[in-house]
Design a protein around this ligand. Structure first.
Ligand code: TXE
Length: 486
């Protein structure tokens, strides 16, 4: 683990095996950090915040972030390789991510010296008023296993540009890329303690990372139950929190859609990354008049998807990332069958030769689904699509919004009228029209309802890591009536 200026095993010298889900074999071991280790990391981050990091000017913070971006680009292949081994996700996707992620550090590096306060036209005679934006202090980043570096970067670039320090807690299932990434901060010239990485189990480390008085903010991405635990803990000491908790996102296909493009959009929404994406388009909401034709096209397309080695450029879908997740996905598939949904493709463990001993699940589609079935309500976080027909635009919106979640939604249409009207009616943080699974460092990302609170990416994300200070200067020689508010 990276704590302050040193590399440490856990204080009890216990280790957690990291399993490569393609071979279904351990390939690395990571320290099982303890509460004492988490405490040391928070102290190191706090010391850096009060000490050397506070001495670095905003412009120089920006230069450090640019240097980090260069190092990340130079190490893209290596970091992508670690993520593929830990998560089983396609090398093509992880390397694509790694080549894009430096943009976040460049963008926020550029913003670091543009955090300007305001002068207020204050309504108090003889007074002058201004605001400044100040960093918060130590920020805890708690991230899941599906895209460790992407989901960390969406927090870290903005929080560092704003002048905070960080303790990162990767998932116990996928820690190695963040440990390797931590090395680059030293090389880039960041003072020790600005970025710390502690590994281990969430609830154990969470007792410090979400409670410690020096932690001023928590940025969390993960499942509902982890998110609820973190938010509850944060409430005890009134820490600021952002939560990105996944979803049950609707992908709506209208009768006037370009069907071939929509088929690809639906596939990218739910089968890319083997469905292990917070923004997965897991509910296809489709106009009844094209239901049969579209579903047939989808089955034909999905039927040709190749499961196998994530390093092979011919592979379309890798394994599920870890055994507990595999078991959750299979249990949800069985429950959907028992509930009466009609499994028209997939529904089983992947068993081709290329799947070997890997944790594969076949791409699975259920028709005959109603929106009240469990399979249409709970996040599966796997390659499982439910198909729900609609008759009118109003019904499509009603079905799309009839969910606890609200991370993303997409619509496929050639009607400019629908393209303009529908986004206003959809309850989701991100809307795509004739696209799916597009993310940019420039575009705010986050959810509504049970998909969470707060936004990452884009200009406004930097404010998530800043405190506004309001300063009144009294130019009057005296104080007016002291018993009445000024
Ligand atoms: O997530 P967890 P898991 C969903 C998906 C999946 C389910 C569970 O449906 O099936 O969540 O996945 C840390 N205090 N998503 O178990 O537990 C944990 O160690 C502090 C959606 O992997 O939420 C890890 O680092 N930390 C999602 C991180 O939280 C705690 C991505 C996320 O783990 C903690 C992944 C605690 N009490 C899964 N409990 C998305 N939004 O993209 C856990 N953690």
């Amino acid at each position: 683990m990276r704590i302050g200026d040193s590399w440490k095993a856990g204080s009890t010298n216990e280790w957690i095996e990291s399993v490569n889900p393609y071979y279904n074999k351990p390939w690395a071991r990571i320290p099982r950090g303890t509460k004492e280790d988490a405490e040391a990391a928070v102290e190191a981050a706090h010391a850096a915040f009060k000490g050397p990091w506070a001495q670095v000017s905003p412009a120089d913070r920006g230069l450090l972030l640019y240097r980090l971006a260069e190092l990340m680009a130079e190490n893209a292949e290596y970091l992508a390789d670690l993520e593929v081994r830990d998560t089983g996700k396609l090398r093509a996707e992880m390397l694509g991510n790694l080549r894009y992620l430096p943009r976040w550090y460049q963008y926020y590096g550029g913003l670091a010296d543009k955090i300007e306060g305001t002068v207020t036209p204050i309504d108090k005679p003889g007074m002058f008023h201004y605001t400044t934006y100040e960093p918060l202090g130590v920020v805890t980043c708690i991230v899941p296993w599906n895209s460790p570096l992407l989901l960390t970067t969406m927090k870290l670039a903005a929080l560092l540009a704003a002048g905070n320090t960080a303790v990162i807690k990767p998932s116990e299932f996928a820690s190695t890329s963040l440990m390797a990434f931590a090395k680059l901060f030293e090389e880039a010239g960041f003072p020790a303690g600005v970025v710390n990485v502690v590994t281990g189990y969430g609830p154990e480390l969470g007792e410090v990372l979400t409670h410690h008085p020096h932690v001023k903010r928590i940025a969390f991405t993960g499942g509902d139950s982890g998110g609820r635990a973190v938010a509850t803990a944060a409430a005890q000491t009134f820490k600021r929190v952002s939560l990105e908790l996944g979803g049950k996102s609707p992908n709506i296909v209208f009768a006037d859609a370009n069907q071939d493009a929509a088929v690809k959009g639906v596939v990218s929404g739910i089968f890319a990354a083997t469905g292990q994406s917070c923004m997965a388009g897991s509910r296809l909401i489709i106009h009844r008049s094209i239901h049969d034709e579209f579903v047939q096209k989808l089955v034909d397309f999905v039927g040709t998807a190749t499961l196998g080695d994530p390093n092979d450029s011919e592979t379309n879908m890798g394994p599920v990332s870890n055994r507990p997740q595999l078991e959750r996905v299979m249990a949800k598939i069985e429950a959907a069958k028992a509930e009466g949904a009609n499994c028209i493709i997939g529904g089983k463990r992947g068993s081709t030769e290329a799947c070997g001993d890997g944790l594969f699940v076949e791409p699975t589609i259920f028709t005959g689904v109603t929106n009240d079935m469990t399979i249409a309500r709970e996040e599966v976080f796997g390659p499982v699509l439910t198909v729900i027909p609609f008759d009118t635009d109003e019904e499509a919106i009603e079905l799309a919004n009839d969910t606890l979640y609200g991370l993303a939604a997409a619509l496929w249409t050639t009607s400019i009228e629908r393209a303009v009207k529908m986004p206003k009616k959809l309850e989701a943080g991100t809307i795509w029209v004739n696209a799916y699974r597009v993310v940019s460092y420039l575009a705010p990302f986050g959810g509504v309802k049970a998909s969470g609170v707060g936004r990452e990416n884009g200009m406004e994300a930097i404010k998530e890591y800043l405190e506004t200070k309001s300063v009144f200067l009294n130019g009057n020689p005296d104080v007016a009536n002291p018993f009445v508010m000024g």
